[in-house]
Design a protein around this ligand. Structure first.
Ligand code: F6R
Length: 369
């Protein structure tokens, strides 16, 4: 059932084009009208929502952080992302105009279940984005939007992450459609871009030789830092989490803009820093800001490894290694940029002789608080 791959994790990394495609399937018509039949919350209720709180843990929380940028941009609804286990204990402001979106691959994570229960008791409407049919969190929520990634066996989450981002984006577009924040043509264009993502992920997978070689050469590394901005920030944190979990290497993801506020003190000669670079065609000065961040760490001795968009030659002068991902929009880039980071962690852990499917001390679903 590993389809000829040496581990479930490698299989699941390669399942990702299909995971995204299946999650998109059947959820919109040719005109780009979203038809989320599962959305059993009254349209009138969804129109009055004045706040969204995304609840999740671990990798699922990083998917939520990515989705927040898109949901706020498209729907203009203030959106927070909170770790489920922190949420209840801060006396959160939740009422019947709050929409709770939980993200859980397993649907059984106790921390997230308890947070959803708590929010419901306060009168909030709850939507579960979940990969496991009939699991507890969707059963206890007002509505469910299933990710169709297929069963995820490896303990570390990969394909569920991309499917969660995809489903949360569909939810964001649905709300924007309902509330009239986007024109139907805009939604159609975004869906058309999303539809091209699976083939682009396949392209990243087909070009994995160079990143695997780098990973193998770094088996003795003691610490790796990851930097990103905007949607690249949660991608950096996800890349760091994969490396911790699988290869037991100290890793941290930072918002690139935060560097000068402290973390840059960590940079010394030879420190590997992996930077997720936004598209040079994207909005504002995001790209040039990140390029300056690369220069800042490199000037202090960092070994810079860069994930950038195909055709972006400007990064070459500042990086030891550049890995290119296909062109897409700023908001969709996480669906591509995450993939080389997963491959990197998986290959590095394999080079160290670790079991990537069953990392030490971890369980696939955390059913205790
Ligand atoms: C990381 C990982 C965990 C889970 C987290 C939430 O690779 O797998 O961080 O993402 O335990 O699990 P779910 O999504 O099942 O609620």
């Amino acid at each position: 059932e590993k389809d000829g791959f040496p581990s479930f994790m490698e299989k699941e990394i390669h399942d990702q084009p299909e995971a995204v495609a299946q999650t998109l399937l059947g959820r919109s018509d040719v005109d780009g009208k979203l038809t989320l039949d599962e959305m059993r919350i009254d349209a009138d209720v969804l129109k009055t929502v004045n706040k969204i709180i995304v609840l999740a843990c671990g990798t699922s929380a990083y998917a939520g952080q990515v989705a927040r940028y898109a949901i706020e941009h498209w729907c203009r609804i203030p959106t927070e992302v909170e770790l489920s286990h922190e949420f209840r204990y801060r006396d959160p402001i939740v009422d019947d105009k709050t929409l709770i979106v939980s993200l859980s691959q397993s649907g059984e994570t106790m921390d997230t279940l308890m947070a959803v229960r708590y929010a419901r008791e306060q009168g909030a409407k709850t939507i579960a984005i979940c990969n496991t049919n009939g699991s507890t969190i969707p059963r206890e929520s007002d509505a469910v939007l299933y990710t169709h990634a297929g069963p995820e066996i490896a303990v570390a989450s990969t394909k569920a992450f991309l499917a969660q981002i995809t489903a949360a984006y569909l939810l964001g577009l649905y709300l924007a459609q309902l509330r009239g924040n986007l024109f139907q043509g805009q939604i159609r264009d975004i869906l058309a871009d999303l539809a091209k993502v699976p083939a682009k992920i396949a392209q990243v997978l087909a070009n994995d030789g160079q990143i695997k070689e780098l990973a193998r050469s770094m088996a003795d590394t003691r610490s790796v830092l990851f930097l990103g901005r905007h949607v690249g920030f949660p991608v950096a944190m996800e890349g760091a989490l994969k490396l911790k979990e699988l290869a037991y290497i100290h890793a941290e993801g930072f918002a690139a803009g935060e560097l000068k506020h402290g973390p840059i003190a960590l940079i010394e000669e030879g420190q590997p820093v992996i930077v997720v670079v936004p598209s040079p065609r994207g909005r504002d000065s995001l790209h040039s800001k990140v390029v300056s961040n690369i220069q800042e760490v490199r000037a202090r001795g960092a070994k810079t490894i860069v994930i950038a968009e195909e055709g972006d030659e400007s990064v070459r002068a500042h990086a030891e290694h550049v890995f290119y991902i296909p062109e897409t929009t700023t908001l969709l880039a996480p669906l591509l940029a995450t993939v080389p980071l997963q491959i990197f962690a998986c290959e590095l852990a394999t080079a160290k002789g670790y079991d990537v499917d069953q990392p030490r001390n971890l369980a696939k679903s955390v059913t205790v608080e």
